[in-house]
Design a binder for this molecule. Structure first.
Ligand SMILES: NC(=O)c1ccc[n+]([C@@H]2O[C@H](COP(=O)([O-])OP(=O)(O)OC[C@H]3O[C@@H](n4cnc5c(N)ncnc54)[C@H](O)[C@@H]3O)[C@@H](O)[C@H]2O)c1
Length: 353
């Protein structure tokens, strides 16, 4: 099976590509414009070891002509679309690039895919799939006690990031209903795990704690997210691609709601255990409350009963064990962190207006 993956040099993308390449008979073409140039380092090992099973082009999905050439030459059986500007804080400061990549880029990709799909013989047309990977943030914010998001919840995005993802979800849906393109949509909660760019909460806290820098928690730290280990997310994506019904949306989540305070507390305890010689023990002494993110959503929660009942998927990793594995991965891969952050990011606060 030939799969065109967009955003395959990013956090979830590289975990997905690695998982797919571990299966027999899958060939990947990764298109990623490398928003952070250092992330070109992430898949260097695959370029050297995966042989013909892995190809890469640093193309922007907004470049319709180049994307069409890639599709016509690679002849994919499926597209898994992960390329996006992904950090809420950056979207507050620079919304324009989010509109461009997430909305216009998705539109271009849908059109390129449709043009290519129309050239396929009927049998391949039917089996072809376009999986659009999205977020729980499109549903807006919940108060404590409100029921978890279901696939039929109305969209109420609050940040420029979530609004741009909501726009791209609507386009993907429309390309199925209007043109018959076999589109699947997944909406997933907060991921953590190896290869996440160190501007996001968990890797940022790990890197800062190791250096003895303060651990900035936004607002009062009571904001709740549902946490999912990235390796569970990629198995869900693969299962949706293989068994999902065209035109359907699937919520993916970890059934693991935690406040930022709880996440950072658990993280500090893991660091205390893994770094017994550290002069910063207890690492929780480094926590500092900083001004809140503008428009910060209070709570996300995912009802995953549909994917569970229809595809039999559920997460298989526990938060504490998978978080410990994640911390170990970062402690063992400081060189990766330095290379991907080079000339791009050095841990500063983002997203204040
Ligand atoms: N991280 C999460 O917790 C989470 C949760 C749910 C959904 N998602 C979605 O999953 C996808 C991947 O997220 P991630 O966390 O891996 O983000 P990421 O920022 O680590 O990776 C995104 C990748 O897309 C690439 N990209 C951005 N714009 C592009 C363009 N115009 N053309 C080509 N490539 C481009 C970037 O270079 C980057 O490598 C996104 O669509 C995101 O909205 C993420």
């Amino acid at each position: 099976m030939k799969i065109l993956v967009t955003g395959g040099s990013g956090f979830i993308g590289t975990n997905l590509v690695r998982y797919l390449l571990s299966m027999p008979g899958i060939t990947i073409f990764n298109v990623d414009k490398l928003v952070f140039p250092g992330s070109g380092y992430t898949n260097k090992d695959l370029e050297e070891t995966a042989g013909d099973a892995y190809r890469f082009s640093p193309t922007d999905i907004c470049n319709g002509q180049e994307m069409q050439e890639i599709m016509n030459e690679f002849l994919p059986d499926a597209v898994m679309h992960l390329a996006a500007e992904s950090h809420v804080d950056r979207s507050i400061q620079h919304p324009g690039s989010f509109i461009q990549s997430n909305i216009f880029g998705t539109y271009e990709l849908l059109e390129n895919t449709r043009n290519y799909w129309l050239t396929l013989p009927d049998k391949n047309k039917q089996s072809f799939r376009f999986l659009h990977v999205s977020t729980d943030e499109v549903y807006g914010s919940l108060d404590s006690g409100e029921p978890a998001f279901r696939e039929d919840n109305p969209y109420r995005p609050n940040s420029p990031y979530s609004a741009s993802k909501a726009g791209s979800d609507h386009l993907a849906r429309a390309w199925h209903h209007t043109y018959g393109l076999p589109v699947l949509i997944s909406n997933c909660s907060n991921n953590y795990g190896p290869y996440q760019f160190p501007e996001k909460l968990i890797p940022l806290m790990i890197l800062k704690a190791v250096k003895g820098e303060t651990l900035p928690v936004y607002g009062d730290g009571t904001n709740v997210r549902d946490w999912l280990y990235v390796r569970d997310h990629v198995t869900a994506l693969h299962q949706i691609l293989e068994q999902g019904k065209a035109g359907e949306c699937y919520n993916i989540g970890g059934n693991c709601e935690l406040s930022n305070n709880e996440v950072v507390d658990i993280l500090c305890k893991i660091l205390d255990e893994l770094l017994p010689e550290s002069k910063f023990i207890p690492h929780s002494q480094l926590i500092e409350y900083v001004p809140d993110r503008p428009g910060h959503d209070q709570r996300y929660s995912m009802d995953t009963s549909y994917i569970n009942k229809s595809l039999g998927w559920s997460p298989s990793h526990s938060f504490e064990q998978a978080l410990k594995d994640t911390v170990k991965w970062y402690l063992d891969n400081f060189d990766w962190c330095e290379k991907v952050m080079e000339n791009t990011y050095s841990g500063e606060r983002l997203g204040l207006i």
